[in-house]
Design a protein around this ligand. Structure first.
Ligand SMILES: Cc1ncc(COP(=O)(O)O)c(C=O)c1O
Length: 115
């Protein structure tokens, strides 16, 4: 399993207790906020990966995936058959974007439009 970190600790610790091998890809902090190195994440997601754990909007950083990142990650995971477990419990507390921050809603509409 691959997880974007930091994130709510249970999302990594529970899979570990269940025997999963967990690789982490950490967000990067700068004075402008937290960012994801998408190339690093894609490189970590190989055909041997079973699952991506992603928490966006993120606890504790507040980092939120962009639509473009969601699209790229979804296409990559579809290509390799990787499950995306998206913890979006804070999606309704995200007030910046015109569209919602939910990966699930976005991926459902993408799948619907791509057949
Ligand atoms: C990202 C995230 N997911 C899940 C939970 C768990 O929420 P609950 O205790 O309401 O099940 C938390 C709690 O802080 C959280 O931060």
């Amino acid at each position: 399993m691959v997880a974007v970190t930091p994130l709510w600790p249970n999302l990594v610790e529970i899979p570990k207790i269940l025997g999963a091998s967990v690789e982490t890809v950490s967000l990067t902090y700068s004075p402008r906020g937290w960012t994801l190195d998408l190339d690093r994440l894609l490189a970590a997601l190989t055909p041997a990966t079973r699952m991506l754990m992603i928490n966006s909007p993120n606890n504790p950083t507040g980092w939120t995936m962009t639509r473009e990142q969601q699209r790229t990650v979804l296409e990559h995971c579809c290509r390799y058959g990787i499950w995306i477990v998206a913890d979006e419990v804070y999606e309704r507390l995200y007030f910046t974007a015109v569209t919602g921050a939910s990966h699930r809603r976005f991926s459902t509409s993408l799948r619907a439009t791509s057949g």
